[in-house]
Ligand binder design. Structure first.
Ligand code: ATP
Ligand code: MG
Length: 860
């Protein structure tokens, strides 16, 4: 059975049970800000379950396009590595809205699986929620499943929720055990590819609110979801979804494009990932999403890049991904016409993204080549961990890709150091997310190993300067990294949400990147990669901050303070900062507030902030003042933070004054434009705003313009197509009209032995009438033809005479048409074989038709 038939049989089955078959909702939910992508069939009915909306039917069924790459349901990591999770898949579902409940849901699911599709009963298992005795009862009374195949599980497996909030309830799942031990219940819910969940019957009876509390819904509903690709694999007797006809055309095309067979596990993983990801990209773009730098767009961009990187494993280095759209459209475009309609647009978007990403990768490859050249000169065969890390961190090269590239050149990579650097980065991220004045330890290093005799803290000079000369207090070299402690530094160490500065250090005239700054106790350690660095205590080094980046950070940090106060102005003083991230590219601000901000509230906040920024307010930086004084001034504290005796307070006019150790612009107008990108919930009662300033806002504008341009191009394309179609329709219409000639040919008259044809035809203008004349002349062979048409308030006439009559009888169409036109109050003429004329007397056409015989006779 083909997948197409399977899909149809599902729909037919539920149609026969009085279900209305509804179309799939778009994968991009336009009216649900809590969801990035549609992740289940029930999404489009959420309002029905919550009783905030209704439908004029009580039972529905459909196949729903789903994407699971973010939020509560995220299957990205599984994809390709297993055989049954996809980022995009179809969920077949049937629903009852306060109509039937567990009994029918269970009976019909069983009937479809075992009677229509004839799945082997002995391999099927049903799971139910721990306490759901009702479901247990119905499995026993409504089906002939083996009783020992009904298994109880707890919340983790048998309580379904769409997201952190929303409709939910206990569920009953159907699993199939395809292993040799098919009666073995221990495989159920154990993550085995041979025993998978195919269908989930959810009994929706609760709504979970923002505080996590369950409330009874006004009515009980059924919401089921079956994995279409999984059930196809089972019915088609395949071990993997990718072996079904849903995926094989894609896999074959990838194989063709790469020239690599779908055989070796490593290649196969790459092919599966690519086949999966093209579906997600195509459907998401088809439904209006775009790869980009934020939210949904960012998720898509990451997925596309992931596919491109896997493509490189198959030696696909040029844009190739977009080429798969054709195959996908040819297999699914009839069921989901939206992807067929937008095919060219989708291809264009994907191709542009691929080209963009390839440019980044190519820069990485240049770097890689440099590294290899350098190592060859040094007669080395191992790529140092820091280089592998840089390729990963800056150019997005996964380690295995670097490894493959290294092997090709006869090199290996130092994975140990790479892992270490990765771990450090992860630790940093973890610490950063804790959002405290974080101190990061460099593995086992602590200050004692530096033998420092100076007790003073490293002085942070970065409030006033971005470059300084500093004295070495301590120094250590380990493998290829140097750790340098200085008496002073302009580099900011991540704290209070503001991330580390990047910078350079000049040692004996040589410049090195400072790859990390870490605070250990009261000292700042500068981490520098490079071999052979030699330093002694009290040596002097020059140290510079990457100032462009720092300026971006300062803009974002100062803007955060303005944002904080604007939120309190618009939403109320219950708004408290709950965390923040300040980087060069964007700022993130978490705050306490219980409901989603409206568009209008967001605009007001933006307006207030921008209005203040334009006021050119100077920074009033109170540094190192006693804590109590700061409190007395009324500076806002970050709740839950500990402060020392001496604190810094950052004030901009009378708009904002906060305790803050970060770095700031000197003047509000240096921030430029402030723009909010998104507002969303991150935990109950905590919201998150992401925003950009300065160059970030500028980039944002360009990105939006780019989007509009693409949309415009799309519109132009559609317009061209429309014009083309209109022309085609007009020409088809006219062809149909020309059929009238057959009728005219059948009404031949005979005047003195000569055939004469005459009629009024339905022509819209003289060109059409001429076409009629030509057609008649071609088809009548020998004879005289006279045709009339009414066009608006004019009578048009054409006369045609066949060549033989022009020659032998000296007949002239011009003369004939002239005589007739006179009768209609007009005139005209032309050549002997074809002539046209017009007249004003439209009402005279019947009389003129009648007098044709007379006129013709005159010339014989
Ligand atoms: P699993 O535990 O296998 O990830 P799930 O519990 O997340 O499944 P549900 O949320 O209940 O699945 O979704 C309903 C049905 O959709 C499942 O029974 C399964 O057949 C199918 N399904 C879920 N996630 C995927 C996916 N990522 N790819 C393909 N099918 C899926
Ligand atoms: Mg899942």
């Amino acid at each position: 059975m083909t997948s197409k038939e399977i899909r149809q049989q599902f729909l037919d089955f539920f149609a026969s049970k009085q279900h209305k078959i509804v179309p799939s909702a778009p994968v991009v939910p336009f009216n649900d800000p809590t969801l990035l992508f549609t992740n289940a069939g029930m999404n489009q009915f959420k309002d029905v379950f919550l009783a905030t909306g209704s439908r004029n039917y009580k039972r529905a069924a459909d196949t729903q396009k789903c994407i699971r790459v973010s939020g509560k349901h995220n299957d990205l990591e599984e994809v390709g590595h297993d055989t049954y999770h996809h980022t995009f898949f179809e969920m077949l579902g049937n629903w009852s809205f306060g109509d039937y409940y567990k009994k029918e849901a269970i009976r019909w699911a069983w009937e479809l699986l075992t009677e229509v599709w004839k799945l082997p009963k002995e391999r099927l298992f049903a799971t139910i929620y721990r306490t759901d005795d009702e479901a247990m009862e119905f499995w026993k009374s409504e089906t002939d499943i083996k009783h020992e195949h009904i298994l109880r599980f707890d919340e983790k497996d048998n309580f379904w929720e769409m997201g952190e909030t929303g409709p939910c309830g206990p569920c009953s799942e159907i699993h199939i055990n395809l292993s040799d031990n098919y009666e073995d219940p221990s495989l159920v819910n154990a993550g085995s590819p041979l025993c998978i969940e195919i269908w989930n019957l959810v009994f929706i009876q609760y709504n979970r609110d923002e505080h996590g509390k369950l409330h009874d819904l006004p009515a009980k509903h059924v919401d089921t979801g079956m994995g279409f690709e999984r059930v196809c694999a089972v019915i088609q007797n395949k071990k993997s979804n990718y072996d079904t006809d849903v995926f094989s055309p894609l896999i074959n095309e990838i194989s063709k494009l790469s020239g690599i067979k779908y055989e070796k596990e490593e290649d196969s993983i790459a092919m599966r990932v690519i086949a999966d990801h093209i579906r997600t990209l195509t459907f998401a773009i088809g439904d209006g999403a775009m790869p980009g730098n934020e939210g949904r767009g960012y998720v898509l961009r990451r997925i596309l890049r992931r596919a491109a990187r896997y493509g490189r494993k198959l030696n696909l280095t040029k844009p190739f991904f977009y080429k798969l759209v054709d195959v996908l459209v040819s297999t699914m475009g009839d069921v989901f016409p939206e992807i067929a309609e937008k095919k060219d647009y989708i291809k264009k978007v994907i191709k542009a993204e691929e080209e963009n990403f390839n440019a980044t990768l190519d820069r990485g490859i240049d770097l890689f080549d440099d590294i290899i050249k350098r190592l060859k000169n040094e007669n080395k065969k191992v790529i140092p961990g820091k280089d592998v890390f840089r390729l990963y961190d800056t150019f997005g090269f996964p380690v295995d890709l670097t490894n493959v590239m290294a092997q090709e050149q006869g090199f290996t990579i130092d994975e140990k150091v790479f892992d270490k650097l990765m771990n450090e980065q992860k630790n940093r991220a973890r610490e950063a997310s804790k959002n405290k004045f974080a101190s990061i330890t460099i593995n086992e290093n602590d200050l004692s190993s530096f033998n420092i005799d100076d007790e003073n803290p490293t002085l942070f000079t970065g409030y006033n300067e971005l470059s300084t000369t500093a004295k070495v207090l301590g120094f250590k070299h380990e493998e290829e990294a140097a750790f340098i402690i200085l008496d002073r530094t302009p580099l900011y160490v991540e704290a209070g949400g503001q991330i580390d500065d990047h910078g350079k250090i000049t040692i004996n005239g040589k410049v090195y990147d400072v790859v990390d700054v870490v605070k250990i106790e009261n000292k700042v350690v500068h981490v520098v990669f490079g071999s052979g660095i030699k330093l002694n205590k009290n040596d002097e080094v020059k140290i510079d901050v990457d100032s462009e980046r720092r300026w971006d950070i300062m803009r974002n940090h100062s803007a955060t303070h303005f944002l904080h106060n604007a939120l309190r102005t618009v939403l109320g003083t219950h708004v408290q900062q709950a965390g923040s991230y300040v980087g060069p590219d964007r700022l993130r601000f978490d705050f306490t507030h219980f409901s989603k901000m409206s568009e209008e509230e967001i605009r007001r906040v933006e307006k207030i902030v921008n209005e203040q920024l334009r006021k050119n307010i100077s920074l009033n930086h109170h540094r190192n003042i006693p804590f109590d004084d700061a409190k007395k001034m009324g500076a806002m504290m970050f709740f839950g933070d500990k402060y020392g005796d001496k604190v810094n307070v950052v004030q901009f006019g009378d708009f904002t004054m906060e305790f803050c150790g970060g770095t700031h612009v000197q003047n509000s107008s240096q921030i430029g434009l402030f723009k909010i990108l998104s507002e969303a919930s991150i935990a109950s009662g905590v919201r998150r705003i992401e925003a950009v300033t300065g160059a970030g806002a500028e980039n944002y504008i360009y990105e939006q313009l780019e989007k509009i341009k693409l949309q415009d191009e799309k519109v132009n394309l559609l317009n061209d197509e429309k014009r083309h179609l209109e022309k085609e329709i007009a020409s088809l219409k006219f062809k149909a009209k020309l059929g009238q000639i057959n009728f005219i040919l059948n009404q031949k008259e005979d005047i003195n032995g000569l055939p004469v044809y005459k009629a009024e035809v339905d022509a819209d203008n003289m060109d059409e009438l001429k076409a009629f004349g030509d057609e008649l002349r071609n088809r009548m062979k020998s004879g005289i033809g006279i045709l009339f048409a009414k066009v608006e308030d004019k009578a048009l006439i054409i006369a045609v005479v066949s060549d033989d009559l022009v020659k032998e009888k000296k007949l002239s169409a011009g003369k004939i048409v002239g005589d007739i036109a006179k009768m209609l109050g007009g005139g005209g003429g032309g050549r002997p074989h074809l002539a046209t004329a017009g007249g004003k007397d439209v009402a005279g056409i019947p009389a003129a038709l009648a007098s044709v015989e007379e006129v013709v006779k005159k010339y014989l």
